[in-house]
Structures are given as C-alpha cells and as structure tokens.
Ligand binder design. Structure first.
Ligand code: GDP
Ligand code: MG
Length: 450
C-alpha cells in the first residue's frame, strides 16, 4: 500500500496546482492500494469518494505543495474513519467497571486480558480477571498464567482451580455463572475493574454468539471490546458485523499489529461498525500493547513516517503572508533584495527545529538540503551583517566595494570573507528568484533554496 502511495505522490510532487485529472489519477492509485491492503470494497469506495471531494475543493496552502496537500487530505480522512482521537475506557460510576472481551478463537483475547490488566494497574486501578472461557481445555489455565505474569488475581471455576478467586463448589461448566460469581467476588473484594475473558470459535457461530450475549446480560459490561486479528483480511467486515449484531461491542482492539498487516482490517472494521479502535496489541509479551492512535495508524497505512506531523508544523511555522508577499514580488518581476533574503533565512531558521523530521518527508529533498547546510548561528551572523549595511547598500548590493565590506565586517563583528560569502549566496538566490519568475507562479512550492 505504502509504496504505491509514495510513488503516486512522487508523481504529483513535481507538478504545480492539482488538476482534476491529477486527483483522479491519485484516487485510482489509492483505491488500488487500499484494495491490495484488504480494505473492504465498500469502505474503499466511500473513502476514495470523500478524499476526491475534499481534494477538489481544497484551498491551496502556501506552506504545502499539492502532493503534500493530497497526503494531508488522505491522512485526515483516514483519521476520521479510524475514529478521530483515541478515547479512554468508560468506567462504572459505582462498583467495578466491567470489561468484556469478545472475538474469534485465536484473536488474542486472553493475551489482551493480561495486557489490559497491566495497563490498568499502571494507572492505579485494581483489576481482576475472570475466566469465562470454558470451551477450550487449557483456556482457564492459560488465563491463570497470564494473571500471574500481570500480577493480578484470576477468578476461575472450580474444580482444578488454584486461582485466588476460587469459589469451591461452583459448577465448572457454566461460563455465565462464572462471570456473574466473578463479578460479585470482585465487588466484595473491592476490585475496581473486572476483565471477562470469553470463549471464541474458529468461525462465527450461533452458539458462541448466544453464550457471549448471555455473559453480557449477566455482567452488564461498561465496555465490550471486540478483539480482531489485524491479519484477518477481507473477513474483517463479516466477522465484525457478526459480533456487532450478535453481542454488540463498544470498542475494538486490533491484535497482532506486529505482523505485516498494514491496517486494512482497522479501516474496514472502524468504518463498518462505527466503533472506535481503543487499543493495539503488538506481540506476545505483556508489554506489547499500546493505546490506539488513529493518527499513527493512518501514518502506518500511508507509511510515511512522521510526515503529517511535519506538514502540520510547516503550516504553523511558515509565514503565510510573507510567502504570499514574496510570491507576488516574484510574479511581478520585482527585484529580490537583501532584506527579502534575510526574511527567507529567518523562515528557514524557524524550520530548523524540524530538521530531523524533514528527513522523513519524501519530496522535501531540496528543503532538506538547504537545512542540512544550515546553521542557526549563521542566520544570526547574516542578520548582523545586513543590519550593518546602509539602506542603499541593501537595495543595491553592487555598490558594496572593498572599503564598504571592511566597514560592514567591523560593524557586524564578522570578517570581510564572511561578507563576500554572503553576497555570493545572495546573488545565487537572486538568480534563482529570477528563474522562478520566468517559470511562472506555483513552481517550487513558494520557497526557493539557497
Ligand atoms: P484467544 O483465543 O482470543 O484468547 O487468543 P490468545 O490470547 O490465546 O492468542 C492466540 C495466539 O496469538 C497466542 O499464541 C498468542 O501468543 C498470540 N498473540 C496474541 N496477541 C498477539 C499479538 O499482538 N502479536 C502476536 N504476534 N501474537 C499474539
Ligand atoms: Mg482465550
């Protein structure tokens, strides 16, 4: 997915303003890429439609070139579909908060129970796990091990129960009764959270759904988390729909994000069910767990590093009015003066703080090169030099002869050699501005390199 998008954006990068044909070509690539990533067909259609509409009506930003603008639109749209900003878990007003886990067998529910317990413990909560998966012979034992690692008690059925929350004599075969008894025990022991692990099947089936629904009704969860393997592919939509209809859920956990899955399932599930993705599971260890960040997931889908962070910063830092003034000057064929030169250097200085991120931004090669050779102290020197010039010298540097150079060097605390260097660089920049004026507006994203 990402490689394709990157190459699409590369094609756009060299162009000026986006035309409808450009946008449609991009949309075609995005559509194909999303389908390759196993995003559901209906989701792809909606998604590309929204991107197209926004791209067509997008205002041209001074800070971004058209390709970057499309990246931003695609990204923003991805974030919207993935649920905007991550939300925290809902909590009970009184008594234990009940979190129920649902999903197919092997999705990663039991593993998640432990991760979630650690996460909650770190936040000062006192979770207890409830083993309501009595389907697989080893399921209870597996949860006990998970609980031990996570350092939280596990409520499990008798017999063969060594868990802390054991209730001797309770029927071993009834997950609904276990869930209910577990909840009561947690309440009595003043745990503020219970995490109910449930059984899954290899495929969606009615009995499983019924059992999950019964457990739900027994414990009235504050959150039902649907756990889904990120590698599930096109089955994501059908599975998510089945759980949404059969049990209902309030949030999604995307597991096995440590694999190669690019996130197609995330996009499908979020779009089709409208439920937010709350967490991501990224490995077999308890610590391989993170709060889900829609913006990061969008980046993962686009695979463009911190591009978007950079784009946002560039928008903030870049002085829109100054850029427009400069563009106007160029368009009018006016002379590019030392004062303009200084103003550009100062803008570069603002961007200097983003230098590291620029490295991750494709298509910013020119700018990056400029920043690579860029030293903040140098701008200060240039400022001093230009301020030591008379207005006449600034307007027309050609008059700056040897004795004037020596005076300016003294005045700015620099050397004649530095004055020479500056004037050379200015001349090069001036030449470039003239070339840009000839090439017409919209070329080069408004900011020449020096
Ligand atoms: P459950 O059937 O839904 O309870 O799934 P489990 O929690 O038992 O997980 C099934 C298998 O997937 C186990 O071997 C886990 O170690 C593994 N697993 C779970 N979550 C992840 C994950 O995020 N990444 C990877 N690589 N493996 C995982
Ligand atoms: Mg399990």
């Amino acid at each position: 997915l990402s490689d394709r998008l990157t190459s699409t954006f590369k094609n756009l990068r060299s162009k000026g303003r986006l035309s409808e044909a450009d946008i449609d070509a991009t949309i075609r690539e995005i559509r194909r890429a999303l389908l390759d990533a196993d995003v559901a067909v209906s989701v792809v259609r909606d998604f590309t439609g929204a991107v197209r509409e926004r791209a067509l009506s997008a205002e041209v930003s001074g800070a971004l070139n058209p390709a970057q603008q499309v990246v931003k639109i695609v990204h923003d749209e991805l974030v919207t579909v993935l649920g905007g900003t991550a939300r925290p878990l809902q909590r009970a007003k009184t008594g234990p908060t009940v979190i129920m886990l649902a999903g197919l067998q092997g999705a990663g529910k039991t593993t998640l129970a432990g991760k979630l317990a650690v996460h909650l413990r770190e936040q000062g909560h006192t979770p207890m796990l409830i083993a309501a998966d009595l389907q697989r012979p080893n399921a209870v034992q597996q949860l006990k091990i998970v609980g031990e690692r996570a350092g939280v008690p596990v409520y499990a059925p008798h017999p063969g129960n060594q868990g802390e929350g054991a209730t001797p004599g309770l029927s071993a075969g009834d997950p609904v009764a276990i869930a209910r008894a577990g909840y009561e025990t947690a309440k009595a022991r003043q745990h503020d959270t219970v995490i109910v692990d449930t059984a899954g099947r290899l495929g969606v089936d009615a009995e499983l759904m019924e059992q999950a629904a019964d457990i739900r009704d027994a414990v009235s969860p504050h959150e039902i988390l649907f756990v889904i393997d990120a590698m599930i592919g096109q089955d994501a939509v059908a599975t998510a729909r089945a759980f949404a209809d059969g049990v209902g859920f309030t949030g999604v956990v995307l597991s096995k994000l440590d694999g190669d899955a690019r996130g197609g399932a995330a996009l499908s599930v979020a779009k089709v069910t409208g439920q937010p993705i709350l967490f991501a599971s990224t490995g077999e260890n308890l610590t391989d767990f993170e709060v889900f960040h829609p913006d990061r997931m969008a980046n993962r889908i686009l695979d463009m590093g911190d591009v978007l962070t950079l784009i946002e910063q560039a928008e903030k830092v870049f002085d829109q009015q100054e850029a427009e003034r400069m563009a106007q000057k160029v368009a009018d064929g006016q002379d590019f003066t030392l004062a303009d030169f200084l103003s550009q250097m100062q803008q570069l200085k603002n961007m200097g703080s983003m230098k590291k991120m620029l490295g991750m931004l494709p298509g910013m090669g020119q700018m990056r090169e400029a920043l690579d050779n860029f030293d903040e102290r140098e701008v200060n020197r240039i400022e001093a030099i230009i301020q030591s010039m008379t207005p006449a010298e600034r307007d027309n540097p050609k008059v700056i002869n040897g004795s004037r150079r020596a005076r300016i060097a003294r005045g700015s605390g620099t050397t004649v050699q530095e004055i020479n260097q500056l004037l050379q660089r200015f001349e090069a920049a001036q030449k470039m501005m003239k070339q840009m004026a000839k090439a017409g507006p919209g070329v080069g994203g408004g900011m020449p390199t020096m």
